[in-house]
Design a protein around this ligand. Structure first.
Ligand SMILES: [Zn+2]
Length: 250
């Protein structure tokens, strides 16, 4: 990995995004090739935030990394909480194809429907896992995976290679709408929301009423996340086996 101080003296040429990663591209003066670029790849995870920092205190609260500029406020990466999972990579040249971006699928908000159908069929796996694991499509997290399956009226455990053309089309359209709605909400806020505050129909709403049909939202719980769904909307009324108890039933 290049030394972060190699960026000293370079302008921040562009801020981009790939999947869940933010890209701070410290290019040169514009005429050089891709190899001249130095990119800081930032993954915020749950608790990370990238915020302007005018105070420049020596030990900023929750601070992980800071970029200072000659003519504008510094950018400070903070991570509240105890998870300590946010990360920064420094990459020389084109970051696409390099760790941590190497195995990402196409961006969920950019992929065409035809390409989406192709990647869905490449490996037979649960739809919820496909949406979340970043290799099929990149950028979707636990909440959107739950909301997209609900909008598409698809079981989160439906298998990707067995979907009908209509189901693929519904999944693709639902993905676009769920992303649009989430961004529309986020853009009304002054600061990035916490995931628990984001509006949704099923995510983390188990036991509550489905806003579409009135059934009770259910959850299948895993150690670090849960799959939330509405039986009437998504599984023909069937309650999916709870992951922890089904092990004992086998
Ligand atoms: Zn429902």
């Amino acid at each position: 990995m290049p030394d972060p101080s190699d960026a000293v003296g370079r302008p921040l040429a562009r801020v981009g995004r790939r999947g869940k990663h933010l890209l701070l591209d410290f290019g040169g003066d514009g005429d050089e090739g891709a190899e001249a670029h130095l990119t800081f790849v930032v993954h915020l995870m749950q608790g990370g935030r990238l915020v302007p920092d005018e105070k420049l205190s020596r030990k900023p609260r929750f601070g992980i990394a800071r970029w200072r500029f000659a003519d504008s406020p510094a950018l400070l990466l903070t991570e509240a909480g105890t998870e300590r999972k946010a990360g920064v990579w420094v990459i020389a040249g084109d970051p696409d194809g390099q760790i941590p971006l190497a195995k990402l699928g196409p961006d969920a908000d950019m992929v065409t429907e035809a390409r989406f159908a192709e990647v869905l069929g490449e490996k037979n796996q649960r739809v919820h896992g496909f949406l979340r694991d970043q290799h099929g499509v990149a950028g979707i997290g636990r909440m959107l995976a739950n909301e997209i399956c609900h909008r598409a009226r698809l079981s989160p455990f439906a298998m990707t290679a067995k979907l009908t053309d209509d189901q693929v089309a519904a999944l693709y359209a639902s993905m676009g709408h769920a992303i649009d709605d989430a961004l529309t909400n986020e853009r009304t806020l002054d600061a990035m929301s916490k995931s628990a505050d984001r509006p949704g129909a099923v995510h983390r709403r188990s036991g509550e009423v489905c806003p579409v049909c009135g059934d009770t939202v259910r959850a299948v719980e895993y150690r670090s996340y849960e799959v939330d769904y509405c039986p009437t909307c998504q599984t023909d009324g069937k309650v999916l086996a709870d992951n922890t108890t089904s092990k004992f039933l086998k």
